[in-house]
Design a protein around this ligand. Structure first.
Ligand code: SF4
Length: 203
């Protein structure tokens, strides 16, 4: 684990949603959202991080702020040695829910947006965080981080790791070490990928 003495959390630039998705009304969240949140970070990053849905991104006054989920995630990535240009964060649902909604209908409706992203970005690795993201990504309502974390899986041809949701880690500090282990596992595989990509460039 790296020292974080010089590290500070920061607002990661958002990637704008494509025109055809900005006005999406494919599920009831269209009536609750402020805007479609497509993702943030480097759109060409080798690591695609999948969370359940976006949280608040602005204060009431409209100022951008970093929620606890993203702060804890950034901190864990930095400690594991994953660089700022190496990750992209997105969501099963691209709209922030603020009241009750039909979860299954929303997840089914939003899936094509995720497929579009993955088809364009072709990430090397995917990290699904939290049971909701894991269940959505594995297509298994019984899937659990507890059982799947700590090793690699292949889902839709993408090497996939699982970890606890950063918000769960904030609420239960005992999970912090487990998230750190999973991020280190991801960082080690990214390092292998970097070496392989470097070798191919030299050939
Ligand atoms: S959650 Fe997804 S499917 Fe539903 S309105 Fe937002 S972008 Fe469309």
């Amino acid at each position: 684990m790296r020292s974080l003495s010089l590290w500070t959390p920061h607002i990661v630039p958002e990637e704008e949603a494509p025109e055809e998705a900005k006005g999406c009304e494919c599920c009831s969240l269209a009536r609750q959202r402020k805007r479609v949140i497509w993702g943030e970070g480097n759109p060409q990053a080798p690591l695609f991080i999948l969370l359940d849905n976006p949280g608040a991104r602005e204060t009431r006054e409209g100022e951008a702020f970093l929620c606890g989920t993203r702060e804890t995630l950034q901190e864990g990535l930095a400690a594991a040695g994953v660089g700022r240009e190496e990750f992209y964060i997105s969501y099963l649902l691209k709209c922030r829910p603020v009241r009750a909604y039909d979860k299954e209908a929303a997840r089914n409706a939003c899936r094509p947006h995720l497929e579009l992203q993955l088809g364009e970005k072709k990430p090397q690795l995917l990290l699904a965080l939290g049971n909701v993201a894991v269940q959505g990504w594995f297509g298994d309502p019984e899937a659990e981080v507890k059982a799947l974390r700590g090793r690699w899986h292949t889902v839709q041809g993408i090497p996939t790791a699982c970890g606890y949701h950063p918000l769960a880690v904030r609420r239960r500090p005992v999970l912090r070490r487990l998230l750190a282990e999973d991020l280190e596992m991801v960082a080690a595989r990214l390092e292998e990928w970097r070496k392989g990509a470097g070798r191919r460039q030299q050939e």
